[in-house]
Ligand binder design. Structure first.
Ligand SMILES: [Zn+2]
Ligand SMILES: [Zn+2]
Length: 282
């Protein structure tokens, strides 16, 4: 109980700090990276506080290691485990948590950011999740540990961000294909003037086309067929064993499924042939 309270209190400290960073970031963009670091710390401590409430040993890496604590990703995986706690978390939130962790790791390795809106987006997503998690799992409200003035400011900033999103929403054309932006993780990646552009954070990239059907897609939606080939791993090298008569191309998900079925059929036929060959030669 004591330990859980300590973790929770630290989570609140980091969250307060993150809120101050976000407020400062409105005038000085270099504060965003501190907000990201503090938010991820707040998230990690909140998740661990919950694990501790189930059983304190759950934050340890192994039963015997008193010192080594698990990572944020491990903590989340344990909480989601139905045999431990069965936490349910929306996919979008999980996405944002993963990219916030990347962001934190990038920050601690001294990577510079180029896209302020993309960091802001991730920060707000994690902020929203931590806030929801504290409320729903511990019945803790922001107003119990954030000063009134800061709370007012942060809600105002969040509201303006909402306006950014609405602005992006208004630029969408009816029935057009929209993809998830790999940078800000919002669903605003669309084709404009032959390029994919995120209407929210302005991330952009050249379209890739499916080698089979020609559909133009963002890089996250195109898959190499070679993943289904068979390889041998020797002396640190990869050697292609079988390509099942397929070209080494990149395709869309739909075409990938068709090709995969053909590969599976071929694989099965090869197996049958090998089997008869073995019988014939034994
Ligand atoms: Zn974006
Ligand atoms: Zn295709």
């Amino acid at each position: 109980m004591m330990l859980e309270k300590n973790y929770l209190a630290s989570a609140e400290d980091f969250l307060s700090e993150a809120i101050e960073n976000i407020i400062q970031a409105q005038a000085n963009q270099s504060r965003w990276k501190f907000a990201a670091v503090n938010l991820v710390a707040a998230l990690e401590l909140s998740l661990k506080a919950k694990l501790i409430s189930v059983h304190p040993v759950l934050v340890r890496e192994t039963l015997d290691s008193k010192r080594r604590s698990i990572s944020l990703v491990q903590a989340l995986a344990r909480l989601k485990d139905p045999e431990i706690y069965g936490l349910r978390i929306p996919q979008q939130a999980e996405h944002s948590i993963a990219s916030a962790v990347d962001l934190r790791n990038g920050v601690s390795h001294g990577v510079l950011f180029e896209n302020e809106k993309s960091i802001a987006s991730k920060c707000f997503e994690v902020f929203a999740f931590v806030r929801f998690f504290l409320q729903s799992e511990f019945n803790v409200d922001l107003s119990s540990f954030v000063n009134k003035n800061s709370l007012k400011k942060i809600l105002e900033i969040a509201r303006r961000r909402e306006e950014f999103l609405n602005h992006a929403k208004n630029q969408l054309i009816e029935n057009e294909n929209v993809y998830c932006c790999p940078d800000c993780v919002e669903d605003f990646l669309v084709i404009r003037k032959g390029r994919f552009i995120c209407l929210h954070c302005m991330y952009s990239e050249d379209p890739q086309s499916c080698a089979d059907c020609g559909t133009e897609l963002p890089s996250t939606k195109i898959y190499p067929l070679s993943e289904y080939f068979e390889y041998a791993f020797e002396d640190g090298h990869t050697r292609l064993l079988k390509d099942f008569g397929m070209p080494d191309i990149e395709v869309c998900l739909e075409c990938l499924r068709k090709r995969r079925d053909e590969i599976e059929t071929q694989r099965f036929q090869d197996m049958v042939e090998d089997f008869y060959f073995q019988i014939a030669t034994s």
